[in-house]
Design a protein around this ligand. Structure first.
Ligand SMILES: [Zn+2]
Length: 98
């Protein structure tokens, strides 16, 4: 959630701009701020939230497409037969995709 004023900041559970950003450990200080829905009531500087999101995307991309000589850890597919060999298959037939 984007936080632009004290009313919105109080709704996140934070009490003041003197609280520290969990990413950079500096006082929040000024708006705009961003609150995490997942780790309530964490409030970040907007720039720190962007940096954190970028770090997560880079880590996720590296996990899914590791650089050589490492191969991919797994491959995503539409078929669930490998995960559920005796169970119901959740893969869509060509006729079900439309
Ligand atoms: Zn910060």
């Amino acid at each position: 959630m984007l936080i632009l004023n004290e009313t919105q900041l109080v709704l996140t559970g934070a009490t003041s701009l003197d609280e520290c950003c969990p990413y950079c450990a500096k006082a929040l200080g000024a708006y705009p701020l961003i609150s995490s829905d997942e780790t309530w009531p964490c409030v970040y500087h907007a720039a720190c939230a962007i940096q954190l999101a970028t770090d997560i995307l880079v880590d996720l991309f590296t996990f899914l497409s590791p650089p050589p000589p490492s191969g991919p850890f797994f491959t995503l597919s539409a078929s669930c037969e490998a995960a559920h060999p005796q169970g119901e298959s959740y893969a869509l037939n060509e006729s079900q995709r439309d």
